[in-house]
Structure formats: C-alpha cells, structure tokens
Ligand binder design. Structure first.
Ligand code: COA
Length: 160
C-alpha cells in the first residue's frame, strides 16, 4: 500500500539515508533539522515535509514552502510556493512513486492557497530530475545562482 503522510520522528533515520544518496552532508543536516523542527511544531516560511511510504517503508521525501525572494521573478502568479526537496530512494525510482509524491505536494500546495509551484534544481540533477519535471507539466523558466558560488540552478514552474 502506498501512502503519503507527515513524517514521524521514527522516520528520520530512513529519511537521512535517502538524503545521503543525493546531496552533501551539510544539506542533509540542514533538512533533517528542518524536518525535526516541523515535527516539534517550529516551522518557518510555512515549510512542510511529507514522506511517501510503500508497505510502511519510507521510499521518498518532499517538501513545500513559501518561495525564496530571489525566485519570485520566475513566477507568473500571485501566490507561488516552492518545492524544497524531492528525493526518492534510488531503489524505488521509476515506479511512479515520484509522480504520486509530487502530485500530493501539488494538491497540498493548492489547498494552502498557492497558485503556482516553483522548483530550483541544481545542475547535478539534470539527468535524474529535469525530464521528470517536464513530464510532470513543469516548464523551464531559466537559471538562477545556486547557494554555492558559480553553481547555477535551473528553475521550473507550473500553474496549479
Ligand atoms: C526525480 C524523482 C523524484 C522522480 O521520481 P520517480 O519515482 O523516479 O519518477 P516516476 O517513476 O514517478 O516517473 C514519473 C514520470 O516521469 C518520467 N521520468 C522519471 N524520471 C525520468 C528521467 N530521469 N528521465 C525521463 N523521464 C523520467 C517517468 O517515465 C514517468 O513518466 P510516465 O508517468 O509518463 O510514465 C526521482 O527519480 C529521484 O529522486 N531522483 C534522484 C534525486 C533527484 O534528482 N531529485 C530532484 C532534486 S531537485
């Protein structure tokens, strides 16, 4: 059975293992802290995270939040939101689960009053994610400076 739900403290270990597959330790620590903060009721920027579980196994994690000010110029709508992270465990990729998780996030975003979603995605995800976003109806909106100097990120957007 596949379901998407808010993460529990007991999911943190599995979430960390997924993040470790795709990003650097600093970023992993940052997002684990944000997820723990949300569980403890300390969310900032309306940031919220969700896990996708298949037969009770955490297979993916994703989040939404208010957009960073620097991404607003890519928006064509009044109330854009931003996808914060979207990662599947590598062994569960390509089974339609990423689609299920992203569609869930889009639905949540819409319920929260966002009318568009923006995604910033680092160059290193070009082969693993860019076509997925296009397949999910996102259009390429340009490039933006990433957190690391000289590292560009691609920006995608979709009206909800
Ligand atoms: C990107 C990611 C979340 C997609 O999840 P997934 O479960 O592998 O994707 P799905 O199986 O749900 O695919 C949904 C659709 O996108 C297509 N798709 C998925 N990945 C693709 C890829 N790399 N290239 C082309 N198409 C792709 C699928 O064919 C499918 O199309 P369909 O619905 O017409 O059959 C997942 O692969 C992942 O975690 N990638 C590594 C980390 C990453 O890059 N994260 C994004 C960081 S910004």
């Amino acid at each position: 059975m596949v379901l998407v739900q808010k993460p529990y403290k007991s999911d943190i270990r599995a979430i960390r293992l997924i993040l470790n597959q795709w990003t650097d330790p600093e970023e992993v620590g940052k997002y684990i802290k944000r997820i723990e903060d949300e569980i403890d009721g300390k969310t900032k920027y309306n940031m919220q995270f969700f896990v996708l579980k298949s037969n009770s196994v955490v297979c993916g994690v994703g989040g939404i939040a208010d957009p960073l000010p620097k991404t607003l110029r890519f928006s064509r709508f009044k109330c854009p939101g931003e996808i914060k992270i979207l990662y599947m465990d590598n062994q569960y990729r390509g089974q339609g689960l990423g689609r299920t998780l992203l569609e869930y996030l889009e639905n949540e975003a819409q319920k929260d009053g966002y009318d568009e979603l923006i995604i910033r995605s680092a160059e290193r995800y070009r082969d693993t994610a860019y076509s997925f976003y296009e397949q999910m109806g996102y259009e390429s909106a340009g490039q933006i400076e990433g957190e690391a100097e000289g590292k560009k990120m691609s920006v995608f957007r979709k009206a909800l």
